[in-house]
Design a protein around this ligand. Structure first.
Ligand SMILES: *[C@@H]1O[C@H](CO)[C@@H](O)[C@H](O)[C@H]1NC(C)=O
Length: 182
């Protein structure tokens, strides 16, 4: 009988501990991805980024200004249909809110290096574009051809760590549908 009571109280304690943890965890785990207002050094799509990518975005903006170009954003954080959806490694920074796809415009919106120019690596022959891409990398931003700027975080994690982080991020940031439990 005593054994049974001890067993029962251990079980109760375990139950309480896990629930309190679950409660605290759900209170603190929030989607870390929000809109980044880049100002006039950026154009195109609205930028959605994780907090940890914001310092990189600031460097990107500063370099763009110095090189007299504007970063034309094509894509940033991408909400997947389901958190477990497969993403190519080249898309992973976007699924985590830690990268942007881009091309380059002039300060007033003229074309400097459009998508075709990026894919054909023609930026190398354009002084403003080369200035931007060379200098942004000197600031620690990673450039992956043809048109991805990111923080390099995905290259430091294993495939399974990345997958877990992607699933967690995508779950936390999924738009809440009306009536669904938070
Ligand atoms: C988002 O940023 C926070 C704070 O810097 C960090 O703890 C978290 O791991 C980041 N999430 C992703 C998916 O990179």
């Amino acid at each position: 009988m005593l054994k049974f009571i001890i067993f029962l109280s251990v079980l109760t304690t375990l139950f309480l501990v896990t629930n309190i943890n679950g409660f605290l965890f759900s209170k603190h785990a929030k989607c870390q991805i929000s809109v980044y207002k880049g100002g006039k050094d950026f154009s195109g799509e609205k930028i959605m980024a994780n907090k940890s990518f914001v310092p990189y975005l600031k460097s990107i903006g500063a370099v763009a200004k110095g090189c007299k170009v504007r970063v034309h954003v094509i894509d940033s954080y991408k909400q997947l249909k389901t958190p477990t959806e497969y993403v190519l490694s080249s898309q992973m920074p976007l699924a985590l809110g830690r990268g942007i796809h881009f091309n380059l415009q002039g300060p007033k919106g003229s074309t400097v290096c459009n998508n075709l120019c990026m894919t054909t690596r023609s930026w190398r022959t354009l002084p403003e574009a080369a200035c931007f891409i060379d200098n942004v990398q000197k600031k620690g931003v990673k450039f992956t051809e043809p048109n991805l700027l990111h923080d390099g975080y995905t290259t430091q994690l294993s495939t399974s760590e990345l997958e877990a982080l992607k699933v967690a991020t995508q779950k936390l940031c999924a738009p809440k549908t009306k009536g669904a439990k938070g």
